[in-house]
Each structure stands twice: as structure tokens, then as C-alpha cells.
Design a protein around this ligand. Sequence first.
Ligand SMILES: O=C(O)c1cc(=O)[nH]c(=O)n1[C@@H]1O[C@H](COP(=O)(O)O)[C@@H](O)[C@H]1O
Length: 276
Amino acid sequence: MNKKQLFEQIKTKKSFLCVGLDPVMENIPKHLLKYDNPVLEFNKQIIDATKDLCVAYKPNTAFYESMGLKGWETLIRTWEYIDKDIFTIADAKRGDIGNTSAMYADAFFNLEKSGMSFDSITVAPYMGKDSVGPFLNYTDKWVILLALTSNAGHSDFQLHHTPEGKLYEEVIRISSQWANSEQLMYVVGATRGAEFENIRRLAPDNFLLVPGVGAQGGSLADVCQYGLNSECGLLVNSARGIIYASNGEDFAERAREEALKLQQEMAQILESAGLV
Ligand SMILES: O=C(O)c1cc(=O)[nH]c(=O)n1[C@@H]1O[C@H](COP(=O)(O)O)[C@@H](O)[C@H]1O
């Protein structure tokens, strides 16, 4: 999916919501345990309940990898189940020397080889251009580079001062020479509201993947104040706040209610900004 198509989806659905599909076996509602693959059933029901309210799904691959062979199969089946007009993010946070990165890129983008072809992947910038390049070689796919993360440890490296500015600013400045905003997004945590103005100065046109609303306490209003651009430019993710709204038989309905609250807030923001 290209940028124009993504913005069209945002306008059609009046939403820039990304639902995080991060299933944990212990939290799967008991009544689903009778299924051969309870996690897949859980994901399918969450997708059915939210797909008209969101424009993206982001399975974090750790939640699948931790379940071994069955988990990897669940990731593939989940990707297959998502309608192809919804943007998909493999939240894998990969990056290695070039030939290894090329294998990671195949793992998530090359349908013939791996059985999956996500629209995008999260990538760590630390190993530099030749590490990110193999993902960008898939020219119809997106790289979502970690810039300023939502966790407390973001300050350990990302805020360090370099002669040119903070380290995360350098990540944005340098990486924006590798690809343009048609192929490169940045991760910026919703908990970093105060930095969005600065980030938009450095990356005016790039989409930002913004995790951290819901369970991590980030504010949608703060993110949008400076984060919004003329093509929306934001994908705001919530996982636990939606998928674990209930662990009873009503889990899918309750997930929908939480997704709807965010979608309605987003619709208002898009309307106020004159984008829809
Ligand atoms: O790249 C990410 O998606 C990510 C970056 C970041 O800075 N913070 C962050 O929480 N994430 C991911 O976003 C999701 C957040 O989930 P919830 O806190 O449950 O909404 C998890 O899959 C995290 O791994």
C-alpha cells in the first residue's frame, strides 16, 4: 500500500488507528481454549470486531515467536486473515549486517519464500545504512525506523547529545537521505508528546507510527497537536487497551468499544483539521 492509498483509507474510515495484535496465551478468554488454535481464533474475532474502525494492524512478532512453531504459523494465518486494504506492520524490530537483513526482509515481505508479505516492518537504525538497505530494496514496502521510543529507557541513548543534536534527531536526519517519505516512517512513542513539534520539523512529510496510547498512558490529543500533517501522517497504535478490554465472552465487543472510542476521537481531530 502506498502513501496515497493509506491516506485514502484514513479519510474513508475517519481513523488513523492501528490495532496491536499482541496475544498472550494467559489472557486468551477461557471459552476459546476449545479451538485447535485459540490464539488465531482470538485474533480473528478481534479483527472482525475492529476492521471497520482501524486502518492498520500491528502484530508484534515477539508474541508469536515466543510460542514456537505454532506461533509462527499463527502469525502467517493472522496476516492472511487481514483484508488487503488494511495496512499491515510486522513489528519485528530487525536489522543486522546486509546479507542477514536481506533474509529478515524476505521473512516478512517475500510471500513465495515465507508465506507472508506485510506492508511494512519496524527496523532498528543502530547498524546503519547497509543494515536498513535490504528492507528498502523492497521498493513497494515500508521501513518503520525506531526514532524516539515510548519506554523509560529511551533516554539511555536516544536523547544523548551529539555535536549535531540529540541522537534520535541524527537518526531522522541521516536516514531521511536513504529513502523518502513514500517508503520511510518513524516510530515515535505517544508518551513523548513534547517532542512531536521537533520531530515534525525534522520529518514534515513522513508517517509516524505512534505506540503508547492506552496501557502506556500516552495522550492522543498531545500527539495530534504537533504530529498531524496535511496527509494525517500518523498511525496511532493501541494493543492491550483494546484487545484485553475484557477477558470474558464479551472480549470482542469490548475491544470494539475501546477501538470505537479512539476512532471517534480521531474522526473529530481529522474534521477539526479539515482533513475529512
Ligand atoms: O515499535 C513499536 O511498535 C513500539 C515502539 C515503542 O517505542 N513502544 C512500543 O510500545 N512499541 C510496541 O507497541 C506496542 C504497544 O502495546 P500496548 O502498550 O499494549 O498498547 C507493543 O507491541 C510494543 O512493542
